[in-house]
Write a protein that binds this ligand. Sequence first.
Ligand SMILES: CC(=O)N[C@H](C=O)[C@@H](O)[C@H](O)[C@H](O)COP(=O)(O)O
Length: 229
Amino acid sequence: MLDKSKEITKGLIVSCQALETEPLHSSHIMGRMAIAAVSSGAVGIRSNSPKDILEIKKQVKVPVIGIWKQVYGDSPVFITPTIKEMRAVADTGCEIIACDATLRERPNGEHLSDIIEVIRKEYPNILLMADCSTVKEAEHACKLGFDFIGTTLHGYTEETEGMNIASDDFLVLKEFIKKSTKPVIAEGKIDTPDKAKRTLDLGCYAVVVGGAITRPQEITQRFIDKIQE
Ligand SMILES: CC(=O)N[C@H](C=O)[C@@H](O)[C@H](O)[C@H](O)COP(=O)(O)O
């Protein structure tokens, strides 16, 4: 299964996600989105929830980065936050699990280092991606033994609120790449083909694009904003 990761090198991974609150919330629709993405050359899919992951794995053969977003009252960590979601995602047979790798307190008082140790033992073949918001978190995740570093949460934590990974010609991304001992996957607010290409030219292992491809409400909003300028 480890070799599967080679298939995503220098490629586009499409995130096919729609939460309960979004108009396209449906495993069937996410499966069709994945088929559309792969038919145009996507080398991987990122997917939320065991149900969607299983449907997507039925529909396409490319590697899947699985997550499970769950909100707990006692912590802001929501991307595959506890051992329970990690196991549930791993049980789908996806090739890579991504989880929040920020330094914030996790639900139920769990610790990231313990979670990683348990998952490594129980699922030795699965690859792990660290969803980070800062370079410091990326360095920490490398030490914990993650296989990939993602910039997924840059701009989405208290510390990075309002920031954008593409600012100043991807200044922060360059720092992520410089300081990480593991391959970096660019993710979050990469909303044009030019930006996606730039992340790969800068040295990213792969790039994940979500909303700009699979969230029609976001795509429509960008047209409306331009028209109304
Ligand atoms: C912060 C957070 O919850 N990010 C989520 C992580 O899985 C998804 O909602 C994003 O769509 C994904 O990261 C891709 O990013 P973008 O849709 O910006 O291309």
